[in-house]
Design a protein around this ligand. Structure first.
Ligand code: HEM
Length: 489
């Protein structure tokens, strides 16, 4: 196909006919020299340009939001680093269409952590919906989440009010004292999730207070190829980005976490057997869904929400406090699902934080057959087997969809016009207006995540009128250090 912008109709080889009236263009970009260029791209991505600029400079260079590039980590961690990047709100959609992309073993991207880190199993996040176990495990999680629905709000309020009490005492301990929200959240979230999902807080078991550090270490073994720690580049390149860390070094931590799940989640494992899953496979999956998907997610999401609140005009704080307090008062002082549903601004703020900083930034899928990707301006042919990659923070800031897409606008999703934009919020690996099913790859915990995000804002502004914080970056998300809290009058 010529690269000239001719208007053309064409067929997708499999998956039915597809017409496009957009000009067909060749995908720009090149993978360069094998081995060397992927390393150069990795250095650009981590050190010389940084993630956002890595993509933005190439969008400018190629005049296209779809292009070929090598994605880190590359050699030797990933055998094939070559991807087709999709970076606008329209082309990104291809990644949600499991009739067009295969989601087998692409959860972390072009590399896959050793299954020794997950008991020898490929857990749900790595399964394509065409694999029979996918539906069984996702069903189990749906059943679990539905059965614990009434426990989430009381559990959250109990654990997070205690977090805020600790924060207050840290801030009053001395003049100029600060409180590291991430540290407190790391400890609290682990206990909260165990309590909310299984009714057993991990710190009350043999795990004691070691759960969060064991969990964080196990997560690090899987995610370090995607991280920089601020250490000398040569060390990071060698130890984080080139070879996998040996899984046996996290074995005893994993064993201790597994022991908690096999006991605390025993009733869920009974249900798993009825669905045709072995207790063992189900337990490794529950561990992964709780510790990787949920804990890993909340470690990033909550500081992300507080970060945007800290950076916002204090007027937003008073509007939130007013909305939250008046709704709760009208509900007789109770925080209920129905009450939260009425908090339009609170809901909007959480969606906006998820839009600006989707906690999981990368999505991957392999073309199941020859297909066509459409951006706003052009159509591009992709061959079967090619890896498609989306960097979500750019897709959800697309100014063709969101006015001032790069700015945090707290009330963006309020009102009828605002609600129409929700379909472009994509954090859950799908549109916010759609729901996870056994057939798709949308986050099984979508409703839970949105609920706890809202609960954080609600709990915060029931207690405080406003606050100040220092905001920085930490590993895969934001670092928030609170410097002052103004208690509710
Ligand atoms: C999948 C995000 C919490 C269970 C995903 C995916 C994303 C995501 C982006 C798709 C990854 C991909 O295939 O490319 C998040 C975030 C969370 C969170 C940001 C928290 C802030 C949870 C919770 C659960 C959960 C609470 C359930 C207990 C899953 C599962 C999958 C998944 C099982 C795989 C779905 C499938 O295979 O069909 N999540 N998640 N996640 N998430 Fe979540």
């Amino acid at each position: 196909m010529s690269s000239s912008a001719s208007k053309i109709m064409f067929q997708v080889v499999a998956g039915g006919a597809q017409e496009s009236s957009l000009p067909v263009k060749e995908i720009p970009g090149s993978y360069g020299i094998p081995f060397l260029s992927p390393i150069r791209d990795r250095l650009d991505f981590y050190y010389f340009q940084g993630q956002d600029d890595f993509f933005k400079t190439r969008i400018e260079q190629y005049g296209s939001t779809v292009f070929r590039v090598n994605m880190p980590p590359g050699p030797f961690m990933a055998r094939i680093p070559r991807v087709i990047a999709v970076l606008d709100a329209k082309s990104f959609d291809v990644l949600f269409d499991v009739s067009r992309v295969e989601k087998r073993d692409v959860f972390t991207g072009t590399y896959m952590p050793s299954t020794s880190l997950t008991g020898g199993y490929r857990v749900c996040s790595y399964l394509d919906p065409s694999e029979p176990t996918h539906a069984k495990i996702k069903q189990l999680l749906f059943i679990l989440l539905a059965s614990r629905k009434s426990h989430v709000i009381p559990s959250f309020r109990s654990f997070y009010s205690s977090l805020f009490q600790t924060m207050e005492s840290q801030l009053t301990a001395s003049l100029g004292a600060k409180s590291d929200f991430n540290k407190l959240n790391d400890v609290t979230a682990f206990d909260f999730l165990g309590d909310a999902f299984f009714g057993v807080s991990p710190s009350s078991t043999n795990l004691g207070t070691s759960g969060p550090s064991k969990a964080t270490k196990w997560l690090f073994f899987q995610l370090c190829p995607l991280m920089t720690l601020g250490l000398p580049k040569i060390l990071e390149e060698l130890f984080l980005h080139t070879f996998p860390l040996p899984p046996f070094l996290a074995k005893s931590d994993y064993k201790a976490l597994y022991a908690y799940f096999s006991s605390a989640a025993a009733p869920v494992l009974d249900t798993a057997e009825k669905l045709g899953l072995s207790r063992e496979e189900a337990c490794h999956n529950l561990l992964f869904a709780t510790v990787f998907n949920s804990y890993g997610g909340v470690k990033v999401l909550f500081p992300g929400i507080l970060k945007w609140l800290a950076l916002a005009d204090p007027k937003l704080h008073s509007q939130l406090a007013k909305e939250i307090r008046s709704v709760v008062e009208a509900e007789g002082g109770k925080v209920t699902l129905a009450a939260i549903e009425k908090m339009e601004l609170t809901k909007s703020v959480v969606y906006e934080a998820l839009r600006m900083d989707p906690p999981v930034k990368f999505q991957y899928g392999k073309a199941k057959h020859d297909l066509v990707i459409e951006s706003h301006d052009a159509a591009y042919k992709v061959s079967k087997g090619e890896m498609i990659f989306g960097y979500q923070p750019l897709a959800t800031k697309d100014t063709r969809v969101f006015e001032n897409g790069g700015e945090f606008v707290g009330d963006r999703f309020v009102g009828e016009q605002g609600k129409k934009l929700l379909m472009h919020v994509l954090w859950s690996n799908g549109h916010e207006t759609e729901s996870p099913t056994l057939e798709n790859k949308q986050c099984a915990g979508k409703d839970f995540v949105v609920l706890v995000g809202r609960l954080l804002v609600v709990e915060f502004f029931l207690r405080y009128d406003t606050f100040n914080a220092e905001v920085g970056t930490l590993l895969l998300g934001a670092q928030v250090t609170v410097t002052s809290l103004t208690k509710a009058a």
